[in-house]
Write a protein that binds this ligand. Structure first.
Ligand SMILES: C[S@@+](CC[C@H](N)C(=O)[O-])C[C@H]1O[C@@H](n2cnc3c(N)ncnc32)[C@H](O)[C@@H]1O
Ligand SMILES: [Zn+2]
Length: 275
């Protein structure tokens, strides 16, 4: 299923090691994931989200605050009854884990993230999903591998998406809607700029569905809001005083997600290799 990140030939698993015909090898970690991110593809020593961000996100997601999003993603994925699915930039696997429970046992789910700490956590908690440390810009998968790719707040590379999707394959993309966490913005900006709701173009893919998911999240305890602040890029705009005041004063917050479905257009599908 995996291809070698160095020479792009297929990888075979022998014992606890993946190897290609050119003898590049990658060990299966004790947690069950494989690191397919060669140093050449790293832009820093420890790329992606760090342990602190991951712990905060984990604690926040465990509070079920974004469970409606996870349910909506699962519904969209299941519409097409996919056999092979990739969670791109899966973080510590919250959405993959809930999706796995909703899928038929025959379906295969993979997750990649550039953060080793996130993948380590994901592999430990969801042993039935295949996780790899890898870059979204150079995916370690063969052409035409997936029926569905989910991308929740994660970066991607359009040619790579087109390459790994099967003909008719679908991308399910989640981004913030205009009012997402607007109260947080109001606390730090004089003039609030809302997120755009323009449908992003994905060359080679056709947009087929848009769903907006909006609700007010009641804050159950200050720690929950503190965790949410830790997860978002806006957090650094707060001073420690303004952050404390915001946490103390906020009882609920606007949640607004845009879910978009795209399908690989016939014209761009890579023909499967002829045998
Ligand atoms: C905002 S988080 C979203 C994580 C997860 N999808 C969720 O919603 O809980 C973005 C994720 O993208 C990962 N990431 C950043 N750059 C990446 C890259 N070039 N390739 C793969 N993952 C990347 C980060 O490590 C992080 O886990
Ligand atoms: Zn190789």
């Amino acid at each position: 299923m995996y291809i070698c990140p160095l020479c792009r030939q297929p990888l075979q698993l022998t014992g606890r090691q993946y190897g290609c015909a050119s003898r590049h090898s990658f060990d299966l970690a004790k947690e069950g994931y494989v690191n397919l991110l060669p140093v050449q593809q790293k832009n820093s020593k420890d790329p992606g989200d760090n342990k602190l961000m991951i712990e905060a996100r984990r604690a926040f997601l465990q509070s079920a605050a974004y469970q409606p999003l996870s349910d909506a993603v699962n519904k969209l994925v299941l519409q097409a009854n996919p056999a092979k699915i990739l969670d791109l930039g899966c973080g510590e696997g919250y959405y993959s884990g809930r999706l796995q429970q909703a899928l038929s046992p025959a379906a295969g789910l993979c997750g990649i993230d550039i953060s080793k700490a996130a993948i380590k956590y994901a592999a430990r908690h969801y042993p039935d999903i295949r996780f790899a440390v890898a870059s979204a810009y150079q995916l370690p998968f063969a052409d035409n591998s997936f029926d569905s790719v989910i991308r929740i707040y994660a970066p991607s590379d359009n040619p790579e998406l087109q390459r790994v999707l099967k003909p008719q394959g679908r991308l399910i993309s989640v981004n913030p809607g205009p009012n997402h966490l607007v109260e947080m913005k109001q606390a730090v900006y004089r003039e609030v700029k809302l997120h755009s709701d323009v449908i992003k173009e994905e060359p080679g893919l056709v947009h087929t569905q848009r769903q907006q998911l909006s609700y007010r999240l009641a804050i159950t305890e200050p720690q929950q809001l503190d965790n949410l602040l830790q997860m978002v890029p806006l957090a650094w705009k707060f001073s420690s005083e303004s952050r404390q005041a915001f946490v103390a004063a906020t009882q609920s917050i606007s949640i607004d997600f845009l879910l978009d479905v795209y399908q690989l257009s016939e014209a761009t599908a890579i023909s499967p290799p002829t045998v």
